[in-house]
Structures are given as C-alpha cells and as structure tokens.
Design a protein. Sequence first.
Length: 432
Amino acid sequence: MPATTTTRIKELQGLLQEKSSEAERIGATFTVESGGQFVVSSDQAKAFRKVSTEAQEIKSLIDAEQGLFEVKQYLEAPEGTPAAASHYGQRPGIEEKSLGDLFVESSGFQAATGAGFRDKPYIRADIEGKSIFSLSAGQVTHQVLGSAQNLGIAERPFRKFHIRDLFPKSSTKQAVLYGARETGWTNNARQVKERYAADGTSPATGADTDTWGRAPRSKLTLTPVMYPVAEVAHLLDSHKNILADEPRLKTFINTRMVEGVKYSEDWDLLHSVGDGQSLTGIYNTPGVQQYDGLATDQYSVQIRRAITKALLAEYDPTGIVLSPTMWEHVEVEEDRNGAFRVAIAVAIGAEKKVWRLNVVETTAMSDGDFLIGAFGLGAQLHDRESVSVTVSSENADNYEKGLITFRADERLALEIPRPESFVIGSWTDPTP
C-alpha cells in the first residue's frame, strides 16, 4: 500500500480513537439512579449521538480510502489480469483459500503428513474471517467469510449467506461485555421563545417579571446489561484415512465442520435463551416489537408493514431473516399481469433483496415468522474467536477404531442495545 495512503489511514484511525475516547468521557457523565438505571439528559444524549455520528463518518472515510487503493491497484494491473477478487465469483488467476485450504497447508498438517500421521497429530487452523487472494501485484488479504469446494479439476467458491453477514464486522478481546440497553425515551423537544411571562408559558408582557425561555428536558432511560462471550462448538469423527485425502478433507472441513457451527450460530442469534453464560437471542430480548400480518396483504406487503413499525420507532431496517419456504413464497408472488414481482429484481440485481433489505434465508427461522431489523445500529455481533478446526487422534477409543476427531468452535457475543429496532413478524396466509 502506498505510503501516502497508509499515512492518511493512520491519521483517520487516530481521529477515530479520539472520538471513541470522547464518547467514553460523555458516557462517564451519565447519572446512575437507585435501581441501577442510567438517566441521560437531552444535552448528553445529543452530544453522545453527535460523537457517534462523527465516528461513523470517519470509519466510512477509512473504508473509502482502503477501497480507493483497491481501485487504483485494479487500474494499474496488467490488462486481462484482475487485481481484486469477488466474494461471490471465481476470477481467472486468483486463488481463494478457505479454512480447508489453510488447514491442509498449515505447518502442523504438513509435519503430520511428512511423518505419515504416525505421531498422533493435534492440528488446528483458524479461519479468522479472511480469504487470501494471489494477485499479479502481490499478496493481498481480503475480508470474506467463505470457503471453496475442491472438485478435482477446478475449485468453485462456496459461500452461504448467514445472519452474521447482516452485521458490520466487530471483534473483542474480552470475555464479558458490559453495555446499556435503551428502555425508555421521552422526547420533550419544542420551540422555545426568548422571553415568557412570569408563569414561564404565557407570552412576554415586557414587565420586569418576564423570564427567559427555558428548554424542556427530555429523558433517556438506560438499563445496564451484561453480554457474555459464548462458545459454539461441535465434534465429528472420521476415519484416519481422510487425512491422506486432501480434497475430501477440505470439503469435510468447509461443509460439515464450519457450516455446522454457522447453522447453530444462526439459531442462537434468533432463539438462544440467555442464562448469564449463553447468548440472549433477538426473540428473547425484551422490547422487541411484534407484528401480525393481514390476510388482505401478500407476503411481501406484510414485510413492508413490519418495516413501517421499525421506522415509526425511528430506526431504519437493514436486513430481513426468513425461512427458505417463505422466501420461495415471496419470490414467486405475481403482480396483476402474472409476472414475478420479486424474482425479476433478484435476477437483474443478482442480490437477495426485498424493499431494499438484504435477505437471509435460513432453516433456523420457522415458517411462521420473519424478522426485520437495523443490524449494526440496533444490535452488534462481537467476535472473540473466529471459527477454527482442531483434529486429534487422542479421544476415547479412536486408536482401536482407526478414527480421528474433528472439533470446530467459535466464540462470540451478541449485543442488543436498541430492541425496538427489531420487529418479529407473524405470517398470515393471504386471502385468495
């Protein structure tokens, strides 16, 4: 990366750190009442929102600067050889490395292979949310959550969209996160005249008893909340011969181990019941809004009316989660001319979107419900440890059976400071 670009990014990161420190200073001025509730004045809330907005703008500038570098790299690359990779498609001359690739290329696996797997290997590889692309301009590490399936002749990228993809990327180094959840907001903002009569409300009379106009106080009620970092993990046994079959090993890791964790993660983000050590899913978070669809509305219209509930609470939704069955119903809706309304937009834009919202279809969502929300503003996913896979022959009676045990795990926390930004919708079958 050019020195000038690096310098600008460092300057912006410094400004971002200053805004973060300023936000912490403002947060330290919040008043704590008996019962453990925070009371924030309108001035404090305004200052906090101002700092937060400025921090988001600086973060956007950092992202833009990094993106501009990739554009320049693309333009300067030799003709016919791309200099940037796509998360969703194969490009000639680009090698995408999944967790399975990283596993079989790890020093531990290579050492075990060299010893003929006779040294009882204990091997571990981390995905870290990245894929590595080999470009004509050199080595570039690109953020992505994906994997590749080895078909023997050519590799085809494989990437399933999950609920976590609706969240902006965030990470933490802590084991427990503490935050505040908004449980009430009284907005008393109004016009304030310069002078009033002695009662403070009647028009000024010009007498000495007139008083200066006083702005009313708004009130923001916050409740302290603890967000634990939870682990999602599972085990699978396989015959030891899989270690000598690299293409099959990659597929096994990418499709069974990693996707197993990701499916459970989808379910937990929605339905997990918090007990101090487990995540509290969106469904079990107090303050989340509810919506029941109308029989007079088609399914896509029911989604739009649920969006309105979030907008009325002053939140702009960014994503929708629904089951594969209900996504099918939405996609095959027809207009009065018999044309597919949603499917046409998907085919043209190559994106799953309804009413400008990104769509995640997952079997973790029941056919009777759907969820819309402001992912990132109303909730945030914090990664403590990204998905990793460990394999060992030292487990139970593996030696006798010629087995090895794979373990895939990740650690994460789900923060939901603004529950009203989410709406759980209940489908109602449209009347023919």
